[in-house]
Design a protein around this ligand. Structure first.
Ligand SMILES: [Zn+2]
Length: 189
């Protein structure tokens, strides 16, 4: 899958700069996956790989982490690459970055009736967002797999409970606690 990595690089997804993530960590590279949407050819190749989802079982329902993962799930269905129902999620207003809920009762019922579930995401750092989705599901009764375009961090085992995580590209990009950020202009030293 190393060719996918170069395709994503060619589309200009990795951006250099000084970034502060939601969890407070700092980084010198950000994966700007939204950029992919301006590169139809590269996006198409990535979507094909997300649809094929090698090694993963066929799901009854797919979900996407709002908003990046859900946008991918949506496009996989709209483009005809997958014909699997989507159970839609939204962020809980005022909640944390990992607080999600089903958009409607219908979405909730769709997800709860499934035996095999696939969760799409664009970029995974610790897997905390996927864990936020798994919280809404029933891992005791359901087989849950996640598939993300890129794993850029080290997954925390606590977030891996009830889900098997998969990636198209795995390349760790360093992030730093604010106190040890090497960016010259970083004010949070
Ligand atoms: Zn910094």
């Amino acid at each position: 899958m190393s060719d996918l990595r170069s395709i994503i690089y060619d589309a200009g997804v990795p951006v250099e700069g000084h970034f502060i993530f939601a969890d407070g960590d700092h980084a010198l590279i950000k994966l700007e996956m939204d950029t992919l949407w301006h590169h139809p050819k590269e996006l198409g190749i990535v979507l094909d790989a997300l649809a094929v989802a090698e090694r993963l079982p066929q799901p009854d329902v797919i979900l996407g982490v709002p908003t990046g993962g859900q946008k991918l799930a949506d496009e996989l269905v709209k483009s005809g690459r997958l014909s699997i129902p989507i159970a839609y999620l939204e962020r809980v207003p005022g909640g944390t970055k990992q607080d999600f809920r089903f958009v409607s009762k219908q979405d909730e019922e769709l997800a709860s009736a499934a035996t095999h579930i696939r969760i799409y995401e664009d970029v995974v750092t610790t897997l905390s967002s996927i864990a936020g989705v798994v919280k809404l599901l029933n891992p005791e009764q359901q087989e849950i797999h996640s598939l993300a375009i890129w794993r850029r961090g080290v997954v925390k085992e606590v977030y891996r409970v009830g889900v098997q995580d998969h990636y198209l590209v795995e390349e760790v990009m360093p992030s730093f606690a604010p106190g040890i950020c090497p960016y010259p202009g970083c004010k949070k030293r």
